[in-house]
Ligand binder design. Structure first.
Ligand SMILES: C[S@@+](CC[C@H](N)C(=O)[O-])C[C@H]1O[C@@H](n2cnc3c(N)ncnc32)[C@H](O)[C@@H]1O
Length: 253
């Protein structure tokens, strides 16, 4: 039997935002691997062995997936959102790069999903309509000084910035520091969007200015979008403005 490994994105949370390709691949799998809350999002069925694990065990998870696929299993390893965005796809390729040379010839596929920044942006309008970047605020795998440098340069370049992993119990101060740094570089009027649990029953979206943004508003399931100097609001009767960034900047007429 030929084994394979699919690295699949489950999207931001709502079942209707899982792609048909991911659903069809999950239906063929013998083994399901991932962070336990993500594995729990896939319905149980006969013939599917579930391997839920703790957070921060990405490389162990990747090695297990590769070993099972090499043994002939049909393995799906799941991430939230898109598997290539701060998630399991890079961990799998790190394991392939440094692991058993036979893993290089395995059938490995990456199945895209809807990343949190796209789901959050779609809820409020088109904040990513012009140039943007995504920064992971976690300093588990990189030094905080590097994050500060990237934030400062991104703000100076006037990118819209999507901040992933803004806060956790183990990382309580990082988002506050990031907001203070951004206030040194950007106008206080720049829109900031706190988009939490997007597409879940607990979804909550708040639009404030950079001057009023407080870190305590975020939790582990919040995507924070920092507008550029050109990001605009369109006021509406329901009190919930559209947020968008015009497609053009600095165009000479
Ligand atoms: C380890 S990263 C994984 C990102 C994921 N691969 C993606 O493409 O969305 C986890 C972070 O994604 C963001 N996130 C994931 N799901 C979310 C959701 N439904 N609503 C808002 N943010 C979400 C949060 O910033 C969270 O801390």
């Amino acid at each position: 039997m030929n084994g394979w490994l699919a690295i699949a994105g489950l999207g931001p949370g709502a079942p209707e935002l899982v792609t048909p390709e991911v659903t069809a691949t999950l239906a063929q799998a013998t083994d399901l691997i991932g962070y336990a809350p993500y594995v729990a999002r896939v319905p149980e069925r006969a013939g599917l062995t579930r391997h839920g694990s703790d957070n921060r065990e990405e490389l162990d998870r990747a090695s297990l997936a590769l070993r099972l696929a090499a043994d002939g299993k049909r393995v799906v390893i799941v991430s939230a959102g898109d598997p290539g965005v701060f998630a399991m796809a890079a961990a799998v390729f790190e394991a392939v790069d440094s692991g058993d040379p036979a893993w290089r010839d395995l059938d490995i596929r990456v199945l895209p999903g809807i990343s949190a920044m796209f789901a959050a942006a779609a809820r409020i309008g088109a904040p990513l309509g012009h140039d943007f970047c995504a920064i992971n605020l976690s300093d588990n795998l990189k030094p905080w000084e590097l994050i500060e440098r990237r934030l400062r340069l991104a703000a100076q370049a006037d990118f819209v910035i999507a901040l992933y992993n803004p806060l956790s119990k183990a990382r309580p101060w990082q988002l506050g520091h990031a907001l203070n740094l951004l206030r040194e570089e950007l106008p206080e009027t720049v829109p900031v969007v706190f988009a939490s649990a997007v597409s879940d029953a607990r979804e909550a979206i708040e639009i404030v200015t950079l001057g009023d943004a407080v870190a305590e508003r975020a939790d582990m399931r919040t995507l924070v979008l920092i507008g550029s100097s050109r990001t605009k609001l369109i006021a509406r009767g329901n009190g919930r403005p559209f947020v968008y960034t015009p497609r053009s900047a600095g165009v000479l007429s």
